[in-house]
Design a protein around this ligand. Structure first.
Ligand SMILES: Cc1cc2nc3c(=O)[nH]c(=O)nc-3n(C[C@H](O)[C@H](O)[C@H](O)COP(=O)(O)OP(=O)(O)OC[C@H]3O[C@@H](n4cnc5c(N)ncnc54)[C@H](O)[C@@H]3O)c2cc1C
Length: 291
């Protein structure tokens, strides 16, 4: 029988930082929030089990959703259910709400947190393309204070993040000013309890009115097509300054199929991922263009 690792339950963020001050690469103190990823590793059957752990689930400082000027700020230990039920998220971040609604099923959404998805750094993490497409900023902190990391710089390699071993994700700031549109699409084996074969988020600003809508600030982000969540910048360039016409959709889909280099694995093939990512993008542009 595997031995349960020691777990500490700090009463405040300051207490948590004091515990984390002793966390190093060689002897990490592993945070646990909802536990939906970490508990799968606890037996040690799939890789190294965590040693010493620190429970974040009772830290009020890491919870809650607030509107701060032109951004929505979501505490790292906020659950998917809380995101789905948040009026602010439903109004300003429907793509994130949609992503939250596709994660696992009700049990996982009640426990799993946004911070856990970010720190777990799976290439298939469903909220991660949304955070990339919306230019989210991840606020992290530890014994040396706070710093901010743009989502674009956060996932640095396969399952590696820019977090130091003694840092926590504290909250995520997502800018919402300027009427940015965003869409989310996940392709999996089923509608629930399915890891993504491909997951996409597309964001843009629109000017020029319904008949001559032109896109700017275009962001296209994908998961499950590389070793980490990525932006497809060549395809973004195809869409920047364009109108959502059939010709634009064809060009963007062709560009995306050439730009991504997915792999074959147990969930899908590289070819399927490439074709489906391109078709999903085509459909998003078609829906936005209303043709
Ligand atoms: C049945 C099942 C279905 C699932 N379906 C999906 C799915 O459809 N889509 C999807 O994307 N994921 C899915 N997951 C994975 C998981 O639910 C999510 O990644 C979830 O967001 C993890 O959050 P958590 O709070 O449970 O993280 P935990 O398990 O508590 O932690 C995950 C990792 O993040 C670290 N961590 C957590 N919080 C912080 C923090 N604040 N600062 C620093 N590090 C932190 C932990 O140390 C650990 O390494 C599924 C998991 C299960 C078991």
């Amino acid at each position: 029988m595997p031995v349960e690792p020691p777990i500490e339950t700090p009463a405040s963020l300051a207490d948590a930082f004091a515990v984390l001050a002793g966390s190093t690469v060689e002897a990490p103190v592993t945070p646990i929030a909802g536990g939906t990823d970490i508990m799968v590793r606890i037996t040690g059957e799939i890789g190294e089990p965590p040693g010493r752990m620190i429970d974040l689930s009772r830290l009020a400082e890491l919870r809650g959703i607030t509107v701060d000027g032109a951004a929505i700020v979501i505490g790292a230990a906020t659950t998917y259910t809380e995101i789905r039920r948040s009026d602010a998220c439903r109004e300003h971040l429907p793509a994130l709400v949609e992503a939250a609604a596709t994660i696992g099923a009700a049990q996982i959404q009640n426990r799993g947190t946004l911070g856990g998805n970010i720190a777990n750094a799976s290439p298939a993490g469903d909220t991660l393309p949304v955070l990339l497409a919306l230019d989210a900023v991840i606020v992290v902190g530890g014994p040396r204070g706070e710093r901010t990391i743009p989502a674009a710089d956060f996932w640095v390699a396969y399952r590696r993040t820019a977090l130091a071993p003694d840092e926590l994700i504290l909250r995520v700031r997502i800018p919402v000013a300027g009427g940015r549109e965003a869409r989310f699409r996940k392709i999996g084996t089923r509608r629930a309890q399915a890891i993504s074969k491909v997951v996409l988020a597309l964001a843009w600003r629109e000017s020029g009115g319904a008949r001559a809508a032109t896109w700017s600030d275009v962001r296209l982000a994908l998961g499950s097509v590389a070793d980490r969540p990525i932006r497809a910048s060549a395809t973004e360039a195809v869409l920047e300054g364009a109108m959502p016409t059939p010709e634009t959709a064809d060009a963007a889909a062709e560009s995306l199929a050439a730009e991504i280099h997915p792999i074959d694995d147990v969930r899908s093939t590289a070819d399927y991922r490439r074709v489906v990512a391109a078709r999903a993008l085509h459909r998003m542009i078609r829906d936005a263009g209303g043709w």
